[in-house]
Design a protein around this ligand. Structure first.
Ligand code: GLC
Ligand code: GLC
Length: 813
């Protein structure tokens, strides 16, 4: 069953039933001010950092789901009835409910007894605020007298503290109301220089104390003031400051009125905090013009148009037309859009990530660049430099950093031995996209220590050497706390309830090794060698290649199990992911990644490994992590065996790693297999089974329950997952084969047999390429012409004559 439909022309997913299996979310904002919003207006906002600068409250894991939001109420003064056009929180019997999640905006509304109301929520470009545009139309034959209410509950900035430290926080809340704008200024009088505000285009009355607005023992579903039809102008002293506005609406039949609400964040210079100086009153001089600008419907409409243009241009960098509608929709719209969200959020704030626990992950953010770098290369550059500055002098890295401070997060620490290599992968993706070699010369600190600056290129060398200095008994890389699989904790040996598998290390292990890291090392080493070679550093390139060759020999000798690649050796030197194992006999990560890296292409290992994936791990809903699932807890394996069989890392379909197998298949020239795997987890292709899948049909989820799970096929943890970047990378660069390389744009498609071809438009280093690929034979060899001239090989030469539009044709035979 479906809960809506794709409107591809408008780049929207239209939800037509409010009680979706789970709240279906969208993101507002793509620069510094962000929000999440559900299809029934649930969600919250923050500035840069979902933990440290939380603007509004949301109650995670609440009953019912999805409580706290940008709630609007209408009240009919004649009947005294009130309702929320977004269905939540009043859950009234509305008609024509529609939620349109679009690129950076969401519109939600419905009709109720002849009154139609829609609210468009979005964050304008280059501003730290969000706009709610409410339009109300009277379809009755008589005049309607209504009240409208818009409400938001402020968070006292630090989301963790806000949810725990009540003895203090019930006392600190402070607001000001001036010219109809509500200013939330908790802690402004002391060490904060920022405040939030909530303005309204037609202010009449307001409330700022939650209890006054809601009434005692009431929830957001029936606020007392809304029921009464009049707000009370309450001022919050402590407890829970909110912003609630009342607008008075008089509509003739068929008349429409529009109201604008603006919720925003503002910082003042420390010496200009108060106005007049010496008072305790917030200085509003610089914020007032901003508020006024967007409270006008014309200002709001202009900002919306700018946002629409921004996405038109950003998505326009790569557009494809293939014979498959699901592919087109995901590549052209939703997958690219999701890559923007994962770039911005890493794994910090979603319906499943509370915004408190996790900042920007080192390995995650580097991988996210694969799907993002072409959209805004300048921001990718900045991200790379920020990430590299959290690298430790050892070459290791903090596993995460806090977006606001850009500092490595000590609570989580480091020691995930795959981390450093992802920096090489990220930098390489950036170089391939932009050809901007200057980034390698940027001085970057280690551990954010002033004075420790070295060129970024040195950081990459330390990443590489990090592994060489940490080899185990077989010559494979030591795993440390874990590798890509956070839950393969081979040095943890945790028997204490509640201990974090990721941060507790009981052993400075010198035995447990990872075949996955070995594959990653070979991959990253080759990338680094290519970079060195292009810089004219022949000797270094030779050294890197030498080391990767050595590692290859080790993989062949100790990392191969006969029919597939092993996964690891545990602390006792016992194999993981081997036919000798009772459970966890075959794993996806080492096999997928080795094949992706081209390991075993020449001697049949990659072919065998990919066949093993099909035979042992592939299911109709995607490829599971391993088989057989761990049926009990193994002290020596850690968190992986803590999950019930079929969930998460314990034999769940971890969508992030499925593309590694897709790419592996393309390296074997098997386009049908690659595309088949792509389609199995493509959310759009799963739309029809929304009741089973349950997550949004327009974005990938981290995990789909595996075949061992009673809920096989059910997705969880949507939006923030490396799945976004990797699937985008697999379909665009490997299946469609529009691939960036250090020497330019390559065209090397490995598409399904039955496809007659495809066309694409790709803007690359300032040139627009119109690409048409046609299948004339069953194979993958391609004959290219560029502006009518045949070209040898796969790389389109970068025009030297200033041409900005280039036509490329490719004949597959
Ligand atoms: C989560 C983490 C990611 C990790 C994966 C597998 O998605 O964010 O870093 O690689 O889980 O454990
Ligand atoms: C849990 C999850 C894993 C995630 C990790 C992050 O272990 O299973 O997916 O990466 O937490 O801390």
């Amino acid at each position: 069953m479906k809960y809506g439909y794709f409107d591809d022309r408008n780049r929207e997913y239209v939800i037509t039933q409010p009680d979706t299996p789970l709240p279906w979310m969208n993101y507002l904002g793509c620069q510094a001010y962000f929000g999440i919003i559900s299809n029934t207006a649930g969600g919250y906002s923050f500035y840069r950092d979902a933990r440290l600068r939380r603007i509004s409250r949301y109650r995670y894991n609440q009953v019912p789901f999805d409580v706290g939001g940008r709630y609007i109420y209408l009240r009919d003064d004649d009947s005294t009835e009130f309702w929320s056009p977004s269905w939540q929180p009043t859950q009234s019997d509305i008609l024509e409910y529609t939620c349109r999640h679009g690129m950076g905006y969401t519109t939600i509304g419905s009709s109720y007894k002849g009154i139609e109301a829609y609210t468009r929520y979005f964050v304008p470009l280059d501003e730290n605020l969000e706009i709610w545009q409410l339009s109300v139309t009277n379809h009755r034959s008589t005049r309607a007298t209504l009240k409208g209410f818009a409400s938001i509950e402020f968070c006292l900035w630090d989301a963790q503290d806000d949810a725990t430290n009540f003895q203090r926080n019930f006392n600190t809340g402070q607001v000001e109301v001036e010219d109809g704008v509500i200013y939330h200024k908790t802690e402004y009088r002391e060490r904060r220089n920022h405040f939030a505000y909530f303005g309204c285009s037609a202010p009449s009355r307001f409330d700022t104390q939650r209890e006054t607005f809601l009434g005692r023992y009431r929830g957001w579903d029936r606020p007392k003031s809304v029921e009464a039809g009049e707000l009370t102008n309450s001022i919050a002293y402590g407890w829970s400051p909110i912003g609630a506005h009342q607008v008075n609406i008089e509509l003739d039949p068929q008349e429409t009125a529009q109201f604008v609400f603006v919720l925003g964040y503002h910082e003042n210079p420390v010496d200009k905090k108060f106005d007049p100086p010496g008072s305790q009153i917030v200085n509003k001089r610089t914020v007032k013009p901003v508020i006024a600008k967007y409270l006008s419907p014309a200002g709001a409409d202009a900002a919306f148009e700018k946002l629409r243009q921004y996405w038109e241009t950003t998505l326009g960098i790569l557009q494809v037309q293939t014979p498959d509608a699901h592919t087109n929709r995901m590549v052209n719209i939703w997958n690219a859009y999701q890559c923007m969200a994962t770039f911005n959020m890493s794994r910090s704030a979603s319906f499943y990530e509370s915004g408190i626990g996790r900042g920007l992950g080192f390995r995650d953010s580097n991988q996210d660049l694969l799907g993002f770098v072409h959209m805004v290369p300048s921001r990718a550059r900045e991200r790379i430099l920020d990430l590299a500055a959290t690298q430790l002098p050892t070459g290791g890295a903090y596993h995460q950093y806090q977006p606001l401070t850009k500092r490595g997060n000590n609570d989580i620490g480091g020691g995930f031995n795959d981390d450093p290599h992802w920096l090489i992968v990220g930098v390489s993706a950036y170089l391939k996209e932009t050809g901007d070699w200057s980034i390698l010369d940027e001085p970057v600190q280690y551990d954010n220590e002033p004075g420790s600056e070295e060129p970024l290129y040195e950081h990459l060398q330390r990443s590489f050497n990090y592994t060489l200095e940490r080899l185990g008994p077989h010559g494979l890389p030591l795993i440390g706390r874990a590798d890509w699989n956070d839950c393969l904790n081979l040095n943890c040996f945790s028997d204490t309830p509640g201990q974090s598998f990721q941060t507790t290390t009981n052993k400075d292990g010198k035995v447990a090794e990872s075949v996955f890291i070995a594959g990653l090392f070979v991959y990253a080493g080759r990338e680094l060698a290519a970079i060195a070679e292009r810089r004219g550093l022949e000797a270094e390139a030779t050294k890197y290649i030498g080391e990767t060759e050595k590692m290859l020999a080790v993989i062949n000798q100790h990392g191969w199990d006969g029919d597939w690649f092993l996964r690891a050796y545990d602390d006792f030197g016992a194999k993981i992911g081997s036919k000798e194992c009772e459970e966890g006999r075959v794993f996806i990560e080492s096999n997928g990644f080795c094949a992706l890296a081209g390991i075993g292409l020449d001697d049949g290992k990659a072919l065998k490994a990919m066949n093993a994936m099909r035979k042992h791990l592939a299911t109709p809903h995607g490829i599971v992590v391993q088989q057989p699932a761990y049926s009990r807890y193994y002290l020596q394996l850690g968190e992986i065996s803590s999950y019930p069989p079929g969930y998460k890392e314990n034999a769940g379909i971890f969508c992030h790693v499925n593309p590694w197998v897709m790419i592996g298949e393309t390296r074997l020239g098997r386009g049908d297999a690659a595309f088949d795997y792509y389609t199995r987890i493509n959310p759009s292709a799963r739309e029809e089974i929304s009741d089973l899948h349950r997550c949004e049909p327009y974005v990938y989820a981290q995990m789909i329950a595996g075949k061992d799970a009673p809920t096989f096929g059910e997705a969880k943890n949507s939006w923030l997952t490396g799945t976004a970047a990797w699937n985008y990378y697999a379909i665009t660069q490997w299946i469609l084969g529009i691939r960036t390389s250090l020497s330019g744009l390559e065209i090397a498609p490995v598409i399904p047999q039955k496809w007659s071809g495809f066309t694409a438009k790709r803007v690359f280093r300032g040139v627009t390429y119109s690409i048409a690929v046609q299948r004339k034979g069953p194979g993958n060899s391609i004959a290219l012409t560029v502006d009518g001239e045949p070209v040898a090989g796969n790389v389109i030469p970068i025009p030297t004559d200033g041409r900005k539009d280039v036509k490329v044709t490719g004949i597959l035979s």
